[in-house]
Design a protein around this ligand. Structure first.
Ligand code: SAM
Length: 218
């Protein structure tokens, strides 16, 4: 009797770290990424920017094996930790890259190629003189708009009221986006929006969250 007929639940087969974690140099290669080559199939691709320890991606990639996921995280130790978690879960539909997401998306992601972009609890840079460091700025949102396919979505969550206002102003200001209900997220537990590490920490502090999702309709 085969293993599959014995047990209909897919087996968890750990992968090597290198199966998940892309080399840093991948960010600087010439040309746009061929996702079909990267993942070995032509399934839709979702991008998470600032994956942190990878909690959201682990849950979503487990729940959506028919989708490919690319996580970009700037902090080397978090990126490796996240990739290690994906490898231990045997999540062959995920790749992690240590890179600056804005530069990577601009240089390496083809236009109209992403199904969804997730940006959860991006650094709020609360001091006025640091606000220009926030990732959600008009040129960045215009870039994300170009990289999404028609029907593709951008989903953002923050706990920071001022950043939430900026996000709404910038995202609603991008032509071609229409507001949609925030997508249901499989990993999120009771009372959670997306179930990331920061969200769990902030729930314990009683903070309120602001979430927004838009779809590229033209
Ligand atoms: C506040 S943490 C949130 C992490 C995770 N999304 C969560 O909710 O638990 C923001 C993360 O974004 C990463 N980050 C900040 N700027 C980035 C950039 N330009 N490209 C990729 N990652 C970035 C940081 O290293 C950090 O891990």
């Amino acid at each position: 009797m085969t293993e599959d007929s014995n047990n209909p639940t897919p087996q968890r087969r750990p992968l090597a770290l290198d199966d998940i974690l892309l080399p840093n140099a991948f960010a600087y290669e010439e040309g746009t990424v061929d996702f079909a080559v990267l993942f070995g199939n032509s399934r839709p691709v979702e991008l998470e920017i600032g994956s942190g320890k990878g909690t959201f991606l682990v849950h979503r990639a487990k729940a959506r094996p028919e989708v490919n996921f690319l996580g970009i995280e700037w902090a080397n130790q978090y990126c490796r930790l996240a990739a290690d978690r994906m490898a231990r879960w045997g999540l062959g539909n995920v790749r992690m890259l240590r890179a600056d997401a804005a530069a990577f998306v601009q240089k390496r992601i083809a236009d109209n190629s992403l199904q969804r972009v997730h940006i959860y609890f991006p650094d709020p840079w609360p001091k006025t003189r640091h606000r220009k460091r926030r990732i959600i700025q008009p040129p960045f949102v215009e870039l994300i708009y170009r990289k999404l396919c028609i029907g593709g979505q951008l989903a953002v969550v923050t706990d920071h009221r001022d950043y939430a206002r900026q996000m709404a102003w910038v995202i609603f200001g991008q032509r071609g986006f229409a507001t949609v209900p925030f997508p249901r997220t499989h990993g999120a537990g009771a009372g959670e929006v997306v179930g990331t590490n920061f969200e769990r920490k902030y729930i314990a502090q009683g903070r309120r969250f602001f979430s927004l999702a838009v779809m590229k309709w033209r």
